[in-house]
Design a protein around this ligand. Structure first.
Ligand SMILES: Cc1cc2nc3c(=O)[nH]c(=O)nc-3n(C[C@H](O)[C@H](O)[C@H](O)COP(=O)(O)OP(=O)(O)OC[C@H]3O[C@@H](n4cnc5c(N)ncnc54)[C@H](O)[C@@H]3O)c2cc1C
Length: 485
């Protein structure tokens, strides 16, 4: 870096450190606003708590960087509770943040001096039919997968990590196994029951109240609280074969994934690229792996490894291939948990963007080169995706035929390192935008009102109209900072 750039970078980091310190001081340590004494609290079916410990818990998320403490936490016992809390909030000019599992990284599910609606109490899997499942918003994906696979069924797409809530994933988009063929989780929703910011319980679907449906899916909780969803199910094949293929270079792996994406043979059901920095002598080294999955039902489907792998360019002899029953595979995924709680002292400054395919190799090269200091265990996940599979209006994706979702999974142990990561995230966000990429809004990045407007582009005016219509007092989900009250 030249001297000017080093100076600018240091200044930015310094400003970021101060901003971080200010933010955490202003929020956690500040005197919490309380409900005025004798405020009549509605009779809830669930629990409404103003206990300090409960509020502090709701002030944490996976990122551990922002801590905005609410004045109360509602664990709804019914959908009527959602109506009651919205009406109460409107009456008292309070804001509400729906919260699933708090796996957001930058305060998306928090609200300072407002009310957190902790949906973990809405945990019923209401009905499993042959082609769909009706499920409450607080259900975890792992519980849903365990339940549906028992019936030989699966959602066409589910998140790679299933310790997330249905509502949390539907409010961001949802990528994972099946995304190459079926798009995002939000592309596979048949119907929603929601409580809008106006306090109305509504049913919406592509045919009934489609505006509300579109404003809710990948809508970052801005227009409505999701209470219940009807998700598509498809028959699960009985067996799964997992191929872990290693490549000599990043470029060769990206090229392979791109060419597989463009073929019509849908050779694999799902593809994920894992870039891991591992121990090596001396120092560390990158490992480039393609994780490809093929499901099949013998004897109807015959799959031959030699045929599937015939023209691929991985390092022969280093591949790992596992074959198992689908039910065991799904159970093993469902058992995976990434624990996080308020005692975790690490900051997760994850960074997530969609980058057009033609630019992805250079982009990721630059991004990885600038991760400093590199530590063993640093991982990045790339998901190759095809634009034709995605339909939701608020899921902002590049305007190219194919693109990659890039997740850089970084952990920082000090505030200074975190501040560095924030500068890094901003730099690579801007670079991504310049290349025609977009942001997957789950990670740690501060966006201004102007940034959000750019993010939504042609959808901005419609989104604003929907916000005014369905959340007229702007009480829902201030965390992302999209609309000002
Ligand atoms: C370890 C880890 C693994 C991940 N893996 C994946 C993955 O494989 N694929 C993927 O796509 N993403 C993944 N993510 C990102 C994840 O999907 C989002 O962060 C998701 O929003 C988290 O779900 P949650 O239940 O924790 O939601 P929260 O963090 O609690 O909430 C997220 C946002 O959704 C809103 N929200 C929550 N519930 C509702 C509701 N009922 N109605 C309306 N709005 C609501 C909140 O207000 C907030 O704005 C991962 C994140 C982590 C930390």
């Amino acid at each position: 870096m030249d001297k000017d750039l080093v100076g600018q970078h240091d200044e930015l980091v310094h400003a970021q450190v101060n901003a971080e310190k200010r933010r955490s001081r202003d929020s956690l340590a500040a005197q919490r606003r309380l409900l005025p004494p004798h405020t009549p609290i509605p009779a809830f079916d669930g629990t409404f708590s103003t206990l300090e410990a409960e509020c502090q818990r709701a002030a944490y998320d996976f990122g551990h960087s922002i801590h905005n403490s609410p004045i109360a936490v509602l664990k709804p016992g019914s959908f009527e509770d959602l109506i009651r809390i919205v009406q109460f909030a409107r009456q008292h000019q309070l804001q509400i943040a729906p919260r699933g599992q708090g796996h957001s990284m930058y305060g998306q599910a928090q609200v300072k001096d407002g009310i957190v609606v902790d949906t973990s109490s809405l945990r019923n899997i209401c009905a499993i039919h042959s082609d769909r499942v009706e499920v409450e918003a607080g259900v975890l994906w792992q519980d849903l997968l365990r339940a549906t696979i028992e019936h030989g069924l699966l959602p066409p797409v589910y998140p790679n990590y299933p310790g997330l809530s249905i509502g949390g994933v539907l409010s961001v988009g949802g990528f994972g196994p099946g995304s190459q063929r079926y798009g995002a989780v939000v592309d596979n929703v048949l119907e929603l029951q929601v409580v809008t910011g106006a306090g109305k319980l509504e049913i919406c679907s592509p045919d009934h109240q489609p505006d509300l449906f579109e404003a809710t899916l990948a809508g970052l909780g801005q227009c409505a609280i999701i209470a219940r969803a009807t998700l598509r199910l498809i028959p699960a094949k009985t067996r799964v074969r997992v191929f872990q293929l290693f490549y000599p270079t990043l470029a060769s792996l990206i090229q392979e994934a791109e060419s597989l994406l463009h073929r019509d043979d849908e050779r694999f059901d799902s593809m994920l690229i894992i870039l891991a920095y591992v121990d090596a002598n001396p120092g560390g080294m990158w490992v480039y792996m393609l994780n490809a999955i093929k499901s099949y039902t013998p004897p109807v489907d015959q799959i031959e490894n030699d045929f599937l792998l015939r023209d691929l360019h991985y390092l022969r002899g280093r591949e790992c291939i596992h074959d198992m029953r689908s039910i065991d595979y799904v159970r093993s995924i469902a058992d995976w948990t990434v624990p996080h709680n308020e005692n975790d002292t690490n900051y997760h400054s994850w960074f997530d963007v969609f980058v057009p395919t033609s630019t992805v190799t250079n982009y990721i090269h630059e991004a990885l080169k600038s991760v400093s200091p590199l530590r063993t265990g640093f991982t990045s996940i790339l998901t190759p995706l095809n634009a034709s599979r995605f339909r939701r209006q608020l899921l902002r994706l590049p305007a190219t035929e194919t693109f990659f979702l890039i997740d850089l999974l970084r952990t920082d142990t000090t505030r200074e390192a975190l501040a560095n990561s924030m500068v890094y995230n901003r730099t690579f966000f801007e670079r991504c935008c310049a290349l025609g990429g977009t942001r997957y809004p789950i990670g740690m990045l501060e966006l201004s009102a102007q940034d959000w407007k750019k993010h939504y582009g042609a959808q901005w005016d419609t989104f604003m109209q929907m916000k005014n219509l369905f959340d007229p007092d702007c009480i829902l989900t201030p965390g992302p900072g999209i609309f000002q009250q």
